[in-house]
Write a protein that binds this ligand. Structure first.
Ligand code: PLP
Ligand code: COI
Length: 341
């Protein structure tokens, strides 16, 4: 199979339409057979539930070309399960796990020419999503839905790749206590857009959101969880009921504990503790592990000892091990890698 003629190394995190996308529709209480289509445009009613009451959920995972030339995905079973959790919270019909896994395989296989080559620095981003197509005018769940998967080749989420970023403590909240922060619903991201634009306009790369109940504890950013490294080398990850249970973060915690023999703490992390950390980073499918060099909270500026030039040494070890597993140069824990081609 011949690869597309793209300059893989200069891709940013953007949308490039590829050859095929997967579609399945929910109607009369059941998902149809589903399959691949060519048309990248969605056709829905002006009164579809998604357009009025924002009934939409999504996922994000990647396909990688490994060193031996295989195409694989990383823990897609966890994306399938999380999307089912999101669906239940949003009163949408869960798309069955086995069908999710088969659909991801099918759409990646059909777009194999778009999967960036090993070593190019790019990957194929896979975006499963589901939205209410049924007609709704009173506030209630729709009775018809569409599940789709698009794929697009991407480069680093933050310009500069592994260069440490500067983030600010946001004046806005991302998710309400007992709200929807723990699921992957588009409405959470709509909520974060004004905060995002405001942060960018002030010269920051991202926001650090605080717990909305007390504004004391660290939650996450608009698109990634946090990791911190203490001065004695312990990995600390914030625990909260209103952040997304990141698959990358859960994997890093396992890697740190079981592969690198590190001490790990998953607990509430107060904003006031930032001074104690040696390194900080953002983790997620899109972010991979992006180092955070500096946090600005109003007048206060905290620059981590790891500095603004490069990833800290412990973060780098976690990054190399995680990406090594994804690219097939480090042996993966049982069940983490799904070979597609
Ligand atoms: N937090 C938010 C708000 C996200 O959008 C994402 C991205 O999916 C993450 C965290 C990281 O999750 P994962 O590692 O499963 O991609
Ligand atoms: C992902 O990492 O897959 C996400 O959905 C985050 C988003 C900011 C791109």
């Amino acid at each position: 199979m011949e690869k597309k003629n793209l300059d893989w190394g200069s891709l940013g995190f953007g949308y490039v339409p590829t050859d095929k996308r997967y579609v399945s529709n929910w109607k009369n209480g059941a998902w149809d057979e589903g399959g691949l289509i060519d048309d990248p445009t969605v056709h829905i009613s002006e009164c579809a539930g998604i357009l009025h009451y924002c009934q939409e959920i999504f996922e994000g995972l990647k396909a990688y070309t490994t060193k031996d030339g295989s195409i694989v995905t990383f823990r897609p079973d966890l994306n399938a399960e999380r999307m089912m959790d999101s669906a239940r919270r949003m009163e949408m019909p869960p798309f069955p796990k086995e069908r999710f896994l088969a659909a991801v395989d099918e759409v990646v296989r059909a777009n194999a020419a778009w999967v960036p080559p090993y070593g190019s620095g790019a990957t194929l981003y896979i975006r499963p999503y589901m939205f209410a197509t049924g007609i709704v005018i009173g506030v209630k769940p729709a009775t018809e839905y569409q599940f789709r998967i698009l794929v697009t080749p991407v480069g680093p989420y933050f310009k500069g790749g592994a260069k440490p970023i500067t983030i600010c403590v946001s004046d806005f909240d991302r998710a309400a206590p007992r709200g929807t922060g723990h699921i992957k619903a588009g409405l959470n991201y709509a909520m974060s857009l004004h905060a995002n634009v405001t942060a960018h306009a002030a010269g920051f790369d991202e926001n650090l959101f605080l717990d909305p109940g007390t504004r004391t504890y660290i939650e996450e950013t608009g698109g990634a969880n946090f990791i911190f490294i203490t001065k004695d080398g312990t990995l600390v990850t914030p625990k909260s009921d209103s952040i997304l249970p990141s698959i990358t973060r859960r994997s890093i915690v396992y890697v740190a504990e079981h592969l690198l023999g590190m001490k790990v703490e998953h607990r509430k992390v107060a904003l006031s503790e930032l001074h104690d950390f040696a390194e900080a980073g953002l983790c997620g499918t899109a972010a991979v592990i992006s180092p955070v060099g500096r946090v600005v909270n109003g007048e206060e500026v905290i620059t981590f000892p790891a500095g603004m030039e490069q990833m800290g040494p412990v973060t780098k070890k976690l990054y190399d091990t995680l990406t090594g597993i994804q690219m097939g140069t480090v042996e993966a824990p049982e069940g983490w890698i799904r070979r597609i081609l």
